[in-house]
Design a protein around this ligand. Structure first.
Ligand SMILES: O=C(O)CCC(=O)C(=O)O
Length: 285
């Protein structure tokens, strides 16, 4: 079946009841222009500056364009990728972006409780023409654990036209819980076999500020970055009701190379450091 476009939703225009019933039925919300463009551009700039420093970007190009250096192609899991990812994890702007008011409003509307922003923030830098490593179809619950009612907010840091790929979602999946996952290439390293599932894929090009919010049981996958030379830079942030159980790993830095003290060492503000420690968080392993 052909991929259909995302159904757009809008906070403040669509009623909270409609947003909750959409999330319950289609298992995602597509929220155009949810997030502040200036904040996104700052994080894009900071991440691409790290990539430039590592020699990942084409010499003589504007780093903000994210043009990959000819012949340079890495994926998560390689030591060269890990060294750059460690520097990205230290960026204050990247972690602050997870606290954008638009995302918090959207999640609060869905969970009807105070929101816990997981500190375990993820950035994805996807090289062009590296399609063997496109993120396989999967459910985030297998990585997140804790309450199933955890929501991922995925958005590109910049425009994401069709040639950059992006994210596709299996609308309505999967009310019966966690599906069997098998080892697979690409981010997360595990995928579900989607052939027998009775759902259809939805996807649309995203613009700067557009975001997807989806349940931890929603099957989703990356789409191939078939651009000639552009990196796709995106983030995965996770949210839940503060009163619901959270797995301890969701309170640790992504990838386990750094401690929070390592990450916070160069930050200017304490506002988003260890913020969850002053919340009534329900840690359950
Ligand atoms: O950005 C991507 O390629 C997909 C990321 C994703 O699905 C995930 O991290 O769960």
């Amino acid at each position: 079946m052909d991929t259909e476009p995302f159904v757009p939703s809008k906070l403040g225009t669509d009623s909270p009841e409609l947003l909750r019933s959409r999330m319950a039925g289609q298992r995602y919300l597509f929220l155009p222009d949810l997030i502040d463009h200036t904040a996104i551009r700052e994080v894009r700039h900071d991440i691409l500056a790290v990539c430039a420093q590592a020699g990942w970007l084409a010499p003589g190009t504007d780093p903000d364009e994210g043009i990959a250096a000819p012949g340079v192609r890495y994926v998560a899991g390689q030591p060269e990728f890990g060294a750059v990812y460690t520097e990205i994890q230290k960026l204050e702007s990247f972690h602050a972006l997870a606290h954008q008011p638009g995302i918090l409003d959207a999640v609060r509307t869905i969970v009807q409780d105070d929101v816990l922003v997981h500190p375990r923030n993820i950035a994805r830098v996807i090289f062009p023409q590296n399609t063997d490593y496109t993120t396989p179809a999967h459910q985030d619950f297998i990585h997140i654990k804790g309450t199933a009612d955890t929501y991922t907010c995925w958005f590109p840091l910049g425009d994401c036209p069709p040639e950059l790929g992006g994210l596709a979602i299996m609308a309505g999946s999967h009310p019966d819980g966690v599906l069997p996952h098998v080892p697979a290439l690409g981010a997360g390293g595990k995928g579900v076999v989607t052939e027998p599932l009775p759902y259809h894929w939805v996807a649309s090009p995203l613009r700067t500020g557009d975001a997807l919010l989806f349940h931890s049981h929603t099957v989703h996958k990356g789409l191939d970055n078939v651009s000639a030379d552009r990196l796709r830079v995106s983030v995965d942030f996770r949210y839940q009701a503060v009163s619901a159980p959270v797995h301890p790993s969701s309170l640790l830095p992504h990838h386990g190379q750094l401690t929070w003290d390592d990450i916070y060492a160069g930050w200017k503000s304490k506002r988003y450091q260890y913020y969850w420690r002053s919340l009534p968080v329900n840690v359950a392993g």
